[in-house]
Design a protein around this ligand. Sequence first.
Ligand code: FAD
Length: 310
Amino acid sequence: MKPAAFDYVVPRTVPEAVAALGDAGRKAQVLAGGQSLILEMHLQRIRPELVVDINRIAGLDRLSVEGDTLRVGALVRHSVFESAQSAPGPLGALFARAVVNIAHPPIRSRGTMVGSFAWAHPASEWCAIGTALDADIEVHGLEGKRVVAARDYFHGPYRTARRPQELITAVRFPLLGDDTGVGFIEHRRTHFCFAQVAVAAALTVRDGVIGEARIGLVNCADRPLRAGAAERALIGVEVGAPVDGHRLPDGHPFAHAGRIAATQDAAPLAEPFADVEYKRHAIAVLVGRTLCQAANDQRSRLAQPKGDHK
Ligand SMILES: Cc1cc2nc3c(=O)[nH]c(=O)nc-3n(C[C@H](O)[C@H](O)[C@H](O)COP(=O)(O)OP(=O)(O)OC[C@H]3O[C@@H](n4cnc5c(N)ncnc54)[C@H](O)[C@@H]3O)c2cc1C
């Protein structure tokens, strides 16, 4: 199919883009990487009257460290995060582990991280990471700028706190210290499918004891989730000796956290090749494995001289 007819504008500044969106309201769509929008327009599931192409707005492609946060502008492409150096320390390592699960290189070279936050697909890797790490979303509207916390931002599949007249200019992530280890594991049917289930984890360990745990669940509900009950079960737990996530004993605290995430935190929805029972099993297994990966990452990070870790 071909898209329905639409008008097209190419603003050069954020205020120009916001003015265009404000004029057209619900009938406008922002064009960033186009990797979701163009497909939906071809299928005529989305029929905008106006497309606001933000690709010529200077500065939106900026990726910068500001104080203790990483600010990701609206035109920073997924592929930038394939290098673990894209962000300092464990945050860059977490992004690099996650990004290779997003589609394939041509899509990653056009699609944007911020576009994923705008689109809010429940299987988006970035949205679950943002939720787990307490990211902030910067939105600009006719009344100026406001900042929405990720925990308040996602309202359901493709539904967010962003108003149709607003442009997201950036997402900000808190940096992670070197006492934090990270993990990301995804399960999907074929390489180019969206995740059936994926898990992001960040464990902060001091003197062998977990001080903070952050677990993000991808496609385990109608929106990205933070596994709060599983996280609480890990606080004060000793990480102990390294363990292979594929041979995790039932009594291990990471296996226990996995079961809690699957039964108390997740609210999985059935889909054609994964019913709810299958998904709960996958969540329990993947949370356990991802926590092992994060604990091992933290050990190797401590063992390396500062600045050497990728
Ligand atoms: C085959 C295939 C496989 C894919 N696999 C995955 C996957 O595994 N995981 C995953 O997360 N994604 C996947 N995607 C989607 C891809 O990551 C997209 O890049 C992403 O969802 C949207 O980013 P974009 O920059 O392309 O946005 P666009 O397609 O340009 O826009 C998407 C939507 O967001 C809005 N929007 C975009 N930017 C802004 C902004 N700054 N402010 C306000 N609104 C905005 C648009 O109006 C539109 O409604 C896949 C896509 C394809 C085609």
